[in-house]
Design a protein around this ligand. Structure first.
Ligand code: SF4
Ligand code: MG
Length: 336
């Protein structure tokens, strides 16, 4: 039996006025039932596109999707819209950075949480309303019976985020996709929402794909981490492996640009120099090479001519040897 979610050699490209953008270029990963995968990368790395494609939310007019997305063995890339409709909000749900993209200003919060429950579960209006009130309670909205009658604008930003989580979980989905769900919130509320998601995962048992540009956010949430760069996965492993002994120069850069709780006050962060490449015309060879300071260690110009790929038996897509990856991290990166 395959994994709960299995993505195989996924390619997603868009036609634009300037040419074809290869937003996802050969991505494979598995997600086990009930586990959390953190997908980390800068904007334009393909992390959001991947997940919109899983949900069938890409625009088929301008998008070409190749490869396989198997959800419990069911192929989603060729699924009909009616079938995807049946999955979305039911078996697979999504929460976004901005709750206002999910919540309509015109209906009460309670009604919007009740709606998918009526649609997918065939519940009566009354049953669905009491389920909505129950869900608002579960996500920590005080006095849920009354607050269910409020409109989204009557909620604070943090409460709207909780309401959106209630809406996503109302049908007890097997897969929850969370795309930068805490980015817009202040640090305290961010921590509360992450705790809430962890608790709810215990209760609902959903698998979670957590998309973020911030390694720190998922450090104690993800079971596995996949780092994406320029449309592909460049490192993958258990969260402990990736955080304790990362192997890819890009991941080293991400770690170094993360604020450290135990570092000296005012210790400067080291952002990765340069910016992600255009996916209209990605650089040849390793897509990270224009920003990488370790090419000399590989030698022979290989970084510029040969694209390193992430093989199942290899945790990072980089031409450095396993020994080099280990020693460079321990001797040169970690002490910084
Ligand atoms: Fe850097 Fe070369 Fe490794 Fe790419 S393959 S990350 S350019 S050392
Ligand atoms: Mg995004």
């Amino acid at each position: 039996a395959g994994a709960f979610l299995s993505v195989r050699d996924l390619h997603v490209s868009f036609r634009t006025e300037d040419g074809v953008v290869r937003a996802v270029d050969g991505l494979s990963f598995d997600l086990e039932r009930g586990s959390t995968l953190g997908i980390v990368g800068e904007s334009g790395s393909g992390k959001s596109v991947t997940n919109l494609t899983v949900l069938g939310l890409h625009n088929p007019m301008f998008t070409t999707v190749e490869g396989e997305i198997l959800l419990e063995g069911q192929e989603l890339t060729t699924a009909r819209e009616s079938e995807l409709e049946r999955l979305r909000g039911n078996k697979v749900a999504m929460i976004f950075q901005d709750p206002l993209t999910a919540l309509s200003p015109y209906y009460t919060v309670g009604r919007q949480i009740a709606e998918p429950y009526m649609k997918h579960r065939g519940a009566s209006k009354k049953e669905a309303w009491s389920r909505a009130v129950e869900m608002l309670g579960k996500v920590g909205i005080p006095n849920p019976k009354e607050r269910a009658k409020d409109y989204p604008h009557q909620f604070s930003g943090g409460m709207r985020q909780r309401a959106m989580i209630a809406m996503a979980l109302v049908c007890d989905p097997d897969l929850l996709i969370a795309d930068e769900p805490t980015t817009a919130l202040d640090v305290t509320v961010q921590a509360q929402i992450l705790d809430l998601l962890k608790d709810l995962q215990q209760e609902f048992g959903s698998a979670i794909i957590f998309i973020t540009h911030d390694l720190g956010v998922i450090a104690d949430m993800a079971d596995d981490i996949m780092v994406m760069y320029a449309g592909g996965a460049i490192e993958r492993g258990s969260a402990a492996e990736v955080l304790r002994a990362p192997q890819h120069p890009y991941t080293w850069g991400l770690l170094n640009s993360m604020p450290r709780i135990n570092s000296d006050v005012g210790a400067p962060l080291a952002p990765i120099p340069g910016s992600p490449p255009s996916l209209l015309k990605p650089p040849p060879g390793c897509r990270f090479h224009p920003r990488c300071t370790f090419q000399d260690r590989v030698g022979g110009g290989r970084c510029v001519t040969e694209r390193p790929l992430l093989a199942p038996d290899r945790a990072s897509a980089c031409h450095l040897t396993a020994e080099q990856k280990r020693t460079i991290f321990i001797e040169e990166i970690k002490p910084r």
